[in-house]
Design a protein around this ligand. Sequence first.
Ligand code: HEC
Length: 336
Amino acid sequence: MRKRILFKIVAPFVVALGVASCEGDESNPCGGPTPEERARNQEVFDALAPSCQGCHVTGARGYFASIEAFESLVVYNAAVVVPGKPDTSELIRLLEGKGTRAFKQMPIAGPPFAEIAASGATKMTMAQIRAWVTNLEARTADPLPSIEARRITRLSADDVGRALYQQLGLSDDDFYVAASSFDIPHKTAQSDDGYPFTSPDSIPGPYENLPVERYAALGGGSAPNQLKADGTVSPSFLGVITQVSQRWCALALDKAGNPALLPAGASVQTGSADAASVKAVLRAWYLHFHAVDATDADVDRVFSTVFVPLEMEKDARNAYIGTCSYFIRHPDWIFY
Ligand code: HEC
């Protein structure tokens, strides 16, 4: 019972050190520090920080950015601290002005830490810090990545734009004409019928604001507009991807001589009366949009549950547009 409670308290530290896959294994040393160990590490952190923080809070040597950084980069890094062996620990050598690598001492300039400590200006004496290393429990970071880490991510607003232009056979020319404002080249969408979207930072810059708002709704960021990119699947992302995919699929299918979606000779008039032709298109779209070699069952399912109902609602063209949009709104398209 006691062990379980302790384990629960320890869990956040385990994650902080990126050693989640060691969880539950009592004998394994890569379990993260216990609360008592954390408290002792914190004491050393607090004693060293005033002398070190000036140079070590950011970047690859951000040892003093947080207690977690200090523990994973210094305390439990065998290249810097060897548990039980202060004389073999580079940290102790550096503090005492006996560094064996690129630097002889830390801080780099002025008296080394041990001298500052000898003058009584630090929270711990050098002897106390040596004793901390002598009594330190060995722990190693798990070399495996944390199971908590995010493994899939969605296409960014820019990715969506690039992928759709390429996969649908569209380009800026389908939405904008060249314009000029105060002699600065712009692109103007004039009507918003095609639901264009664009980064405000594109060159030439967009004249209207609606394409820019759509881009922001898709999570696109912009430095000049002080807008941070949003990589979540937000309701606004889903709303815009639905509208845009339907409208752009229609544009692509209606665009004369566009081979992106339909093979030469095929027509949006060909409906389920010619099931084999429609299924051949759907099979090609699986590969085109999802890079998936679809089974007959996959193709039959999209045919009967997506294409045919949309055709019955209106006509075959309507069914092609809706099915094309279905492939784009699908998780296999949005995530990678
Ligand atoms: C004036 C700036 C400065 C201060 C203050 C400073 N350091 Fe450093 N430290 C550095 C630089 C620069 C390096 C080398 C960085 C590199 O190699 O990229 C370094 C490297 C280190 C290393 C790595 C040594 C190795 O061989 O891998 C450790 C450990 C370290 N510092 C600890 C400390 C500690 C502990 C303190 C406080 C007692 C401290 N530093 C104070 C600038 C500083």
